[in-house]
Write a protein that binds this ligand. Structure first.
Ligand code: UDP
Ligand code: MG
Length: 330
């Protein structure tokens, strides 16, 4: 039905794979499927819904098994521990057999009613359909503000244009996934990768839903980590900041020394040590920030060199062995 897909690695006859990473979402699974499946049936395309249990501590896996037993189109993958949202998404993409994959959250904040619009854009030729979030009234001030400035900074540093409200709610054609499925990034930032690979794309805006049940699994620390991951994996500008800081400070020191020397020659020594301490601590501060930047990149290289798998699967349901994409590391 779709005309723009490379047919490598697809599951014969399967059009759409919905990928949903879930972490402690036992209360949301049934509602999510109830709201999502009608849109898929109505599309006239063949489909599967893959739920990735990202090391949940509640009854999420039981709920997935229950749903999978009732409907063969619902499939489950359970990871050996909590690998994080991005890695769970990547796992789902590897298990997907469809000619296009739609990634969405399990708490219904990504409205399933957008699925027909995403499929329409795909049929029109887009190989990547991204979305931007229009925040709901309950979205915290911190989340809205950080999103606004973060994506500006990200775009400035990386040259990859991400807009305010960019999320991981997107459609990825198999051809686009084939382009990045072997990426070895130790820390994944899928919303950046999806833009980076190129291909004809479309962007849709959606009104963010309110979390159906339970609490957000993205703590402030996790959000900061994801933000930093994005910048580290897409930009080396922070590594080069040292050059600019060094040049600036050298120029400043040069003029200061010329001034002090001139005053000394005029017999008017510049008194006091406070300014010296001020300059020294400022320089040390900058030095440590830059050392930290180097450390972060070094850690990233270190993690990549270890070449550990991005996720480890413990169990699967409704997925036939061999359905997973061939990759030696899994
Ligand atoms: N999630 C996950 N692993 C994690 C954290 C979150 O699989 O370590 C899932 C979570 O269950 C949800 C999606 O990722 O389906 C988005 O998380 P959440 O709704 O908590 O984030 P928020 O919308 O608050 O940013
Ligand atoms: Mg959410």
């Amino acid at each position: 039905m779709n005309h723009n897909t490379s047919d490598q690695n697809t599951q014969p006859g399967l059009d759409i794979s919905i990928i949903v990473p879930v972490y402690n979402e036992e209360e949301n699974i049934a509602d999510l499927l109830q709201e999502t499946l009608p849109h898929l049936s109505a599309s006239g395309l063949s489909y599967e819904v893959i739920l990735i249990n990202d090391g949940s501590k509640d009854g999420t896996w039981l709920e997935i098994q229950k749903a999978a037993n009732n409907d063969p189109c619902v499939k489950g993958v359970s990871l050996s521990r909590n690998f994080g949202h991005q890695h769970a998404l990547f796992c789902g993409l590897h298990f997907a057999g469809g000619r296009a994959m739609i990634c969405m959250d399990g708490d219904l904040q990504h409205p399933p009613s957008m699925i027909p619009k995403m499929l329409h854009a795909w049929k029109e030729g887009a190989k990547v359909v991204t979305t931007t979030r229009i925040s709901n009234a309950k979205t915290s001030w911190l989340k809205k503000t950080s999103s606004r400035y973060y994506y500006k900074l990200f775009t400035f540093l990386s040259g990859v244009p991400l807009h305010e409200g960019t999320s991981d709610f997107c459609l990825i054609d198999r051809q686009a996934f084939e382009a990045f499925k072997d990426f070895k990034d130790a820390n994944l930032f899928l919303r950046g990768i999806v833009h980076w690979v190129g291909f004809p794309s479309a962007s849709l805006a959606y009104q963010e839903g309110e979390r159906k049940k339970g609490k957000s699994k993205y703590s402030l620390l996790k959000m900061l980590h994801l933000g930093l991951t994005g910048i580290i994996s897409f930009s080396t500008v922070p590594l080069k900041l040292g050059i600019w800081a060094g040049l600036l400070m050298s120029a400043f020191s040069f003029f200061e020394l010329v001034y002090i020397l001139t005053r000394y020659l005029q017999g008017a020594t510049v008194p006091g040590w406070a300014s010296t301490v001020g300059v020294v601590s400022l320089l040390f501060g900058i030095l440590f920030i830059l050392l930290g930047c180097i450390g972060i990149y070094l850690a990233d290289i270190h993690n990549c060199l270890k070449n550990r798998p991005p996720f480890i699967v413990e169990k699967i349901v409704n997925i036939r062995t061999g359905d997973e994409r061939k990759d030696d590391r899994y």
